[in-house]
Design a protein around this ligand. Structure first.
Ligand code: FPP
Length: 240
């Protein structure tokens, strides 16, 4: 049970790690770990949407994940993502969930891009959970893109360097939405280039649970832990 409903995080971001190790433990191929990861994701999307979390952002594929074996990359990009969107889009849409992609989808295969565009288009006016899928996403890459846009504005003299501030840099990121809580499953304790700007003041929650085993009860535990934190954003401790 969530102990303090009045302090639910508005924006939860998740690094879904441990699919490969979950599969190895069961002597299964890594790809089946990712398949089980999608099942866990479905439950978390359903649950966050039902408790009226405003934004869920998940790290599905990083700019560094291209270095993985071709078979695994193809399975994730050419098969699993397409399957997920095809099978789940009706329920996602019925639940008023809006899908957005964070990351550069240009290098993705045509079929994957088509499916993504269809899902984004279909759900664009939904007002429930905003479900961000970080795909070919890298936090450093996102900042570099923002700096490029700003540099061009300076060259065209539409702004001067003194106009650069945090709000402007945020404006040209894939998202300016800052997570209240970042969860990482699978035992590692790092951000791995995920929302490095937006996560400056996020509360971090790490668990050893592998992503395919992460259920709504684990999410509730993370939210309850978040509710014990005293968020100060660099200021003084606030008394309750
Ligand atoms: C990390 O586990 C996980 C990934 C790189 C992919 C995450 C993707 C999914 C959960 C499913 C795809 C998502 C969608 C939206 C269809 P790992 O492989 O690094 O695990 P390991 O650290 O145990 O090797």
């Amino acid at each position: 049970m969530i102990e303090k409903l009045n302090t639910l995080p508005e924006h939860i971001a998740i690094i879904m790690d441990g699919n490969g190790r979950w599969a190895s433990q069961k002597k299964l191929p890594r790809t089946l770990g990712h398949k089980a990861g999608v099942e866990a994701l479905k439950e978390i999307v359903r649950y966050t949407s039902s408790i009226k979390i405003k934004i869920l952002t998940v790290y599905a594929f990083s700019t560094e994940n291209w270095k993985r074996p071709l078979e695994e990359v193809e399975y994730l990009i050419n098969y699993l993502l397409i399957e997920f969107l095809k099978k789940e889009i009706d329920e996602i849409n019925r639940n008023n969930v809006k899908i957005r992609i964070l990351g550069d989808i240009k290098p993705l295969p045509k079929k994957t891009k088509e499916e993504i565009i269809k899902a984004v288009e279909l759900t664009k006016n939904n007002k429930g959970l905003l479900f961000n899928i970080a795909l070919n996403y890298g936090g450093k890459d996102e900042l570099v893109n923002s700096f490029r846009v700003i540099s061009e504005m300076i060259l065209k003299k539409t702004i001067t360097p003194t106009d650069i501030n945090e709000k402007l840099v945020s404006k040209y990121l894939y998202t300016a939405n800052e997570p209240d809580l970042i969860i990482r499953t699978g035992g590692e304790k790092r951000l791995s280039n995920f929302l490095i700007w937006q996560g400056a003041y996020s509360e971090l929650y790490f668990t050893d649970v592998f992503w395919p085993d992460f259920k709504k009860e684990n999410l509730i535990e993370a939210i309850n832990d978040y509710n014990t934190r005293n968020r100060r954003f660099g200021g003084l401790k606030m008394e309750e």
